[in-house]
Design a protein around this ligand. Sequence first.
Ligand code: GPQ
Length: 807
Amino acid sequence: MTEPTASAPARALASAIVDTLVHRIGKDAQAARPHDWLAATIFTLRNEIIERWMESTKRAHAAGAKRVYYLSLEFLIGRLLRDALSNLRHNDEVAEALATLGVDLAEIEEIEPDAALGNGGLGRLAACFMESLASLDLPAYGYGIRYVNGMFRQRLDDGWQVELPENWLAHGNPWEFERRESAYFVGFGGEVTATADGRSHWSPAEAVEAVAYDTPMVGWRGKRVNTLRLWNARAFDPIKLDQFNAGDFEGALAGQTRAETLTRVLYPNDSTAAGQELRLRQEYFFSSASIQDIVRRHIQYFGDIRTLPDKAAIQLNDTHPAVSVAELMRLLTDFHELSFDAAWDVTRATFGYTNHTLLPEALESWPLPLFERLLPRHMQIVYAINAKLLREAAKVEGIDGRAIAAISLIDEGGERRVRMANLAFAGSHSVNGVAALHTELMKKTVFADLHHLYPDRINNKTNGITPRRWLQQCNPGLTNLLSEAIGEDFRDDAAKLTALAPFADDAAFRERFAAVKRANKVALADYLKDAMGLRLNPDAIFDVQIKRIHEYKRQLLGLVETVALYDQIRSHPERDWTPRVKLFAGKAASSYHNAKLIIKLAGDIAKRINADPAVGDLLKVAFVPNYNVSLAERIIPAADLSEQISTAGMEASGTGNMKFALNGALTIGTLDGANIEIKDHVGDANIFIFGLTVDEVAEKRGSGYRGTDAIDRSAELAQAVNAIASGVFSPDDPARYRGLMDGIRDHDWFMLAADFDAYAAAQRAVDARWGMSDAWGRSAVLNVANMGWFSSDRTIGEYARQIWGVM
Ligand code: GPQ
């Protein structure tokens, strides 16, 4: 079967894959289906990964190295085969081997399910960080939950979002290793008693077992392989036989069902606190298992728990794992016999906390009675920490009663609640924001008083993205062009991309650069034609807004401007319009009414515009269903224009913005989050910035501004809002969008109307620049050249040196 033309290594690899297929999957090459080939390929590749994994672990152990622990309720890692192949530089070899077996590597890569254990930016950041940690050869573990159902699959029924469960484990998961020996007891409820020697003893009323599942995280060139350890909940006693024998079958299995519920599903909320008891249980479950595992490893390797901060840096990815602070305090005081003060010193020196949003609805706090019922010992510890914290605060000049109330771990206004952000802040030696503006706003708003108390604690770590997945893997055409132009150095150090800058003035290079972009657009157009029957003109501007649907991200601004443009094209067909394709994609939280309505509106607008012969190829609109990491990998390399148009002050950083610019799209965006730093790097001339600043937004909100003020002044805006409100795009239900449009007229909290004219003007500036293809090409090349700084290697380097002390 093996073709004689294949190289010797490819032939050896092919026979290894077939061997795996037969002995591990139990099928021969004739019977194998695509999923079998996928599994056989992964299992074969895994052998090398395992060896590097063990070598990495041993090396860290032998060096007595300090380890980084990244605790996150979300890891949006996506597919892993291409990532591993590409990082190990085995792509060509494996493709060749499979070809000799009549199997197309690209085809089997396509059927690998996305591991979507996250909602959006926060979860994807965690995945980029895991890859960079391994690439920088830093010993690190990610800790999270092995959700059986990750992010839901989005289907559009008549344009309405419907959520379907995504069963990513349906065909098994060849990447994971169950570690039955790494299992921990996690308790809930019950009561706390004092022991004879004056310590506390917690007797939980309920307990589950946390079992580890490890996935290898392969760094660039396979230098290091780290571990992503995800916890699965299991009942200690999976079946109560006495009950079963007595005929109560459901009751006999109830414990197992209850345990499994814990790790069953990811809460599909992005930047909003879920607030349900199950969520607090998930948070404690994975925090407790992770902290126990970290403490166990430390004792095993180093013996003395008091040296923990020298050997472990634990980073809290937002407040979701913040209860870890109380959990470590519990282990140190109740089991390792440290005094409260000694335990507190160890705890603070070990933890760092990253804040990802200022949105009040995202700040987690738990009703005190719930917290106390579920975690009675932790409640005591929180009180004790609070007493210490407030004693310290009272000594500081300028801290009055109001400030004390703001610093307290307990919110006493109304129903008493435990504030997780304050707990994370107090329990960490470092608190960081994710972009420069965001970090400054943290100091001025949510954490103003804690910042006054601990002025050295808040620091900035601007987010980054891994250039392996978000350039090399998703855009091989551009990557090859870059290596022809500037050599291979940028593959190991994205900062070396600056060598590309002189090529911005090289017309022949710009032409090749444009050809790569066009080929990516053709590939995307082909895909969307198959997937949703769309016909797109690859010479139009591909204008893209893909991210979670959220009012502050202002997909609605993009849609209203689309309607205005549509009206302009119809009213002035004689003008020289620039053809545009407007692509939208993203999921809405299932309970977020307006976000779901915005999705429906996008579909309604698309239906009307795409069918109108008066605009023809000049304007096409599409809402692409089921946005996920894999879809992003297809769309981003094909984008010309990246929409980053959040209301200033509301997007902590954004990371999609970085992916687009790195792939040569120009950004149209507000002075928000990392857009500001992108502007500083790519240069004002190579980005389209518009809209109110943070201060102007605050000023308007404070001065009784209403959307109607702006609508009355803008004929274009008024026309678009009125058309949507009156049912032009929803003839089947003319009132459908009245409420949504009234929201803009009445409050316009997100400043859509206030920013509209500036946004529309910026879009016309985009058209003008597109018309000067040399100028556009020059800007696009300069974006790629100057985006290396946004590599997550740079970000992780900063964390490593400035927070973790591991570099
Ligand atoms: N982010 Cl709090 C999320 O994706 N989910 C969340 O629950 C919170 C924040 C995002 C944030 O909105 C983006 O601006 C950031 O770029 C991203 O986190 C990573 O820091």
